[in-house]
Design a protein around this ligand. Structure first.
Ligand code: UDP
Ligand code: MN
Length: 279
């Protein structure tokens, strides 16, 4: 047989195997536990289960009012300025809509140490955003004292415990201090899954780093937080607690949902990287 026919025969099998490989891969990805959902799922009746009010009492989201915002991460603001710009906010970082009932009572949990510049930027962005989304909320800043390596996971757990002393929250949003949401349509509420709100961070060229990534900003209900047994407490220093959290959700069979990337956009305020945790 001529050599060229032999080569052709062989390459045929290579092409066929590649074809089968990509089909199988697509099938696996298709059945994965991650899905992109539009924020309007929050208007659907499923979220009203166990609600104490009739549907007409609830705040409706006005989509035209929710737009992509220009975020300048280099601007210099002061805490006083943020306070003056948001006179509606009560002491303790509390706000609730007056004319309608919020779908959920949301606790924003921010792990924090020595990043005042970031915190001011975040508060300046979050207060008006949450008002525009008609969400009843309270902001909790969990500040780690002392000089031991940072323990983000433990601060989140403490945040949930402490918040229970001040109110009953349906939904927890765990929020890095340095991430500023760009789109007002990124709704700060919980669905019945682990919702990864930061689906597109500018530092990561506006793409998710890897399929199960659940870092930066995530939302889940109080009952799902309990079900997955919260965050791990064992990681001191940078990293691992978010991947552990996502693994906990996976083995509890929670799906991971995300807003589409053009909505889940965040700008990250610049900072130095800390040392990776030893675990
Ligand atoms: N953080 C903080 N001070 C620190 C280290 C971490 O406030 O010294 C908080 C802060 O909310 C930050 C989050 O932990 O956004 C995650 O840490 P970092 O931003 O360093 O992680 P990376 O963005 O590199 O994943
Ligand atoms: Mn960061």
């Amino acid at each position: 047989m001529a050599v060229w026919i032999e080569v052709l025969m062989k390459s045929k099998y290579v092409i066929l195997s590649l074809y089968i490989f990509f089909w199988v891969k697509a099938l696996i990805l298709n059945s994965s536990s991650v899905s992109y959902t539009m924020p309007d799922i929050f208007q659907k009746s499923d979220m009203l289960k166990g609600a104490r009010h009739t549907i007409k009492d609830y705040c409706r989201l006005i989509w035209e009012d929710l737009q992509l915002q220009e975020i300048n991460i280099y601007a210099n603001y002061s805490l006083d300025q943020v306070e003056q710009e948001n006179p509606q906010v009560q002491p303790g970082g509390v706000w609730a809509p007056e004319k309608c009932v919020s779908f959920q009572h949301v606790a924003i949990i921010i792990p924090y140490r020595d990043r005042l510049f970031h915190l001011i930027h975040l508060l300046r962005r979050l207060h008006p955003l949450l008002r525009r989304q008609h969400i009843e909320y309270q902001v909790f800043v969990l500040e780690q004292a002392g000089g031991t390596p940072f323990n983000r996971g433990m601060l989140m757990n403490i945040g949930v415990k402490e918040s229970a002393k001040l109110g009953k929250f349906d939904c927890f949003i765990f929020h890095d201090v340095d991430l500023l949401p760009e789109h007002d349509r990124n709704i700060y509420m919980c669905d019945n899954n682990l919702r990864h709100l930061a689906s597109a961070i500018d530092e990561m060229r506006y793409h998710v780093m890897f399929e199960n990534y659940a870092g930066g900003v995530v939302a889940l209900t109080e009952s799902n937080f309990k079900k997955i047994n919260g965050y791990p407490n064992i990681y001191w220093g940078w990293g691992n607690e978010d991947d552990d959290f996502s693994a906990r959700a996976k083995i509890t069979e929670l799906r991971l949902t995300r807003p589409p990337e053009y909505i889940g956009r965040y700008k990250m305020v610049k900072h130095m990287k800390a040392e990776r945790s030893s675990h």
